[in-house]
Design a protein around this ligand. Sequence first.
Ligand SMILES: [Zn+2]
Length: 278
Amino acid sequence: MGDSYRFNIGDFQCVALNDGNIIGNAAMLFANAPQEELRQVLQHYDLKPDHLPSTWTCLLVETPTNVVLVDTGLGTGGEYGGQLLPLLQEEGFQPQDIDTVILTHAHADHIGGCVDKVGRLTFPEATHYMWQDEWGFWTTETTLKKVPEWAATIARQKLPPLAKQLKTVNSESEIVPGIWAIAAPGHTVGHMAVEVESRGEYLLDMVDATLHPIQIEYPEWYAQLDQFPEQTVVTRQAMYQRAMEKNALVLAFHFPPFPSLGHILNQAGRWKWKPLQG
Ligand SMILES: [Zn+2]
């Protein structure tokens, strides 16, 4: 499988796009996991604690009315990532073809590609969407002082140029026909998930509500980067329940291997991740 993966949800054409990859570690991903239990679980899955692959999987959805991009990757010019634009072009999409950009939250791997180094919008024709609390948090100096400097710097560079082409949402709402913003707070204050529905088929992009497949089985194991850990755990279970009830295909931005797609099952009271066979 290459770095882009096409699939359909009802009448909608979707493309998963692999902006980049990175290697994470267990201490970052499972900050509160009991050490011995974590060791056994990693061993069971044949994973090394200091070598946990993580993907960056953006999503394009072409509907009869819109061309929608969910997240913009890390942007070009860095050591990692930045594959989104060339992949879009390979798939036949120019930046100006995108009419809607949904920014699920303001971390670098999601907003990095929305603006270039001199502040020009990468997708100049697009209306950009972000959850209202998220936009407020990451564009206000008093709150930016509470986050690590690298994260604040990215937000200061990338978000203000979007203001003229930005709409915020503050409740579950339909952004364009068939594509919904879903509240999924915890990873950040206004982190959102995205649900796609066409002809009774569903895709739930839960983005960073869950960072690793092991957290499907162990939803209480939060990550260092989860800003509000308890809320993250509640949100995860709501996502899993929602996906199961709708028999939704699930996309999780960081789940290896690309295309980060699968289904969530409940077996004897435990959640299970069933990756899509590519
Ligand atoms: Zn992320």
